[in-house]
Write a protein that binds this ligand. Structure first.
Ligand code: C2O
Ligand code: CU
Ligand code: CU
Length: 491
């Protein structure tokens, strides 16, 4: 809504200016327009014209693929060892056709790595691609030198081992590559996997039975049903008309008449999804990016921008056998039809509560803003605080263990602007306010990415538990690649 108002205002502005001046370039009245002039890749008026890549409905003809759980190489006391290999492969996404893809320990996508709080984890990282890559642990609290940012390149054929202690609460995190300027392409071609953090508490849900990950992505395939990133890439974020969930084309999910937890990950390069159920039934959001919410939040709609996660619980006891219910988007696109069986579960599962309730102390509420972040621009002209990413420049510093208040502002441009999902590495932050107001309940848990509409200003409380250099950036992957990224050194 806000977006259209801004758009209208901007258009009025252009018309008014056009009427009394033809010297827009020199005036730059509100510093609203990027003056370098190259808008050739998007039409001027519809600069953010992405909404015109509609997503095709899932026909539901294929049962959803469930990623395998990554097996440990070994375990010695508190130390666990894993291997993750980035590799090339061929995958049958379309019946009878081999598509060239990338994956982790697989031809496409990756396994679920389950780690426990308190464990010391050793991961051997192998790059079997033809190009350099990095292994980034999105949402994980980890030292900068193991975080897999653009500095941690592993050359083709090489390997590296990282070690870290799992120090956060249960959460659904993910991992993906992060090489400078090539993140979007490598994710597009299939590099993405899930990392679940668990703790000692029993989880009432069972993986693959009533607890399912949904890695939601949109892709464009060429006539040969291949992924040709260079041919379809868009500097403002690449969208595709083909939906894949866990790499499954036209997925459906068979469930019993019980409560089912879905762990949603928006793994798309730029598309935003607002999820709902086709019968308008409500569901509960029980976790956000960084783990459980204090209380489940009852919702009928939920938006996730790229890289955001949410765990939701749908109560299928309210749905009759073979009743036609689907996960859809707010504009009615079918993402995932459910096949509901009559098998009832014995127990009504109660979701866990976080071990330590999430609160923001008065002291932090009263703190002054110490870091200001301004997100601006589109296409190749995206910036943070007027600058593009420079691996040799440290933009901010912060002390380990100290909480600072960051203010993030999505500055509109003449076209209105677009949503930028702002992400910080190596931390889980708390949202203090959005436009001066208390955030909605489902944003009161731990977050590592916050979606800002054009004009939005958010205050967040950020603390780093580990030292090192960490990235912060827009998680529209093409914006990241185009330099909408900065780095903070934690000492
Ligand atoms: Cu998913 Cu730099 O992050
Ligand atoms: Cu990240
Ligand atoms: Cu962006």
């Amino acid at each position: 809504m806000k977006r259209y108002i801004l758009m209208t205002l901007s258009l009025t502005f252009i018309i008014v200016l056009g009427a009394c001046s033809n010297n827009l370039g020199n005036m730059n009245p509100f510093d609203m327009m990027d003056s370098s002039g190259d808008r050739s890749e998007g039409s001027m008026m519809m600069g953010h014209g992405h909404s015109d890549v509609p997503l095709q409905h899932s026909t539901g003809e294929n049962e959803l693929k469930i990623p395998p759980i990554l097996q440990k190489d070994k375990e010695e006391g508190n130390d666990v060892y894993y291997t993750i290999e980035a590799q090339k492969g061929q995958t049958e996404i379309f019946d009878g056709i081999q598509t060239k893809t990338l994956g982790y320990n697989a031809s496409f996508l990756g396994p679920v790595m389950k780690l426990k709080k308190g464990q010391t984890v050793h991961i051997k990282l192998i790059n079997s691609l033809d190009e350099e890559t990095t292994f980034h642990w999105h949402g994980l609290i980890i030292a900068g030198d193991a975080d897999g940012g653009p500095h941690d390149v592993i050359q083709p054929g090489e390997e590296k081992e990282i070690t870290f202690v799992v120090q956060q609460e249960r959460a659904t995190l993910w991992f993906h590559p992060h090489p400078k300027g090539k993140t979007a392409k490598q994710v597009f071609e299939g590099l993405a996997g899930l990392m679940y953090i668990e703790d000692g508490m029993d989880d009432p849900y069972v993986y693959g039975e009533n607890d399912f990950p949904l890695i939601i992505q949109d892709r464009t395939f060429n006539d040969q049903k291949q992924l040709d990133y260079e041919a379809v890439k868009n500097a403002d974020g690449t969208m595709g008309e083909t939906l894949l969930i866990n790499g499954t084309l036209n997925p459906r999910l068979t469930v019993n008449q019980e409560k089912v937890r879905l762990r949603l990950l928006n793994g798309s390069n730029m598309r935003n999804y607002t999820f709902k159920l086709s019968n308008n039934q409500s569901f509960q959001q029980v976790a956000s990016d960084g783990g459980l919410l204090n209380e489940p939040v009852e919702l009928t709609e939920l938006q996730l921008t790229p890289s955001e996660r949410a765990e939701i619980v749908i109560d299928f006891t309210k749905i009759k056998e073979n009743e036609d219910v689907k996960l859809i988007t707010d504009d009615g696109t079918v993402l995932l039809p459910f096949q509901v069986n009559d098998k009832e579960s014995k127990v009504q599962k109660e979701m866990l509560k976080p071990e330590n309730p999430i609160t923001i102390s008065d002291e932090i509420m009263k703190k002054e803003v110490s870091k200001e972040i301004v997100l601006f621009g589109m296409m190749h002209h995206v910036t943070i605080n007027g600058k593009k990413f420079d691996p040799n420049r440290i933009d901010f510093t912060q002390k380990k263990g100290e909480t600072e208040v960051w203010e993030i502002y999505n500055k509109p441009d003449m076209m209105g602007g677009m949503i930028h999902p702002f992400h910080i590495h190596g931390t889980q932050f708390k949202v203090i306010s959005i436009n001066g107001e208390e955030p909605p309940e489902n944003l009161q848990g731990y977050k590592d990415t916050i979606a800002l509409d054009p004009g939005d200003k958010a205050k967040i409380a950020v603390k780093f538990e580990e030292k090192g250099v960490f990235m912060y950036h827009c998680h529209i992957l093409e914006h990241e690649d185009n330099g909408m990224m900065g780095q903070i050194k934690v000492e």
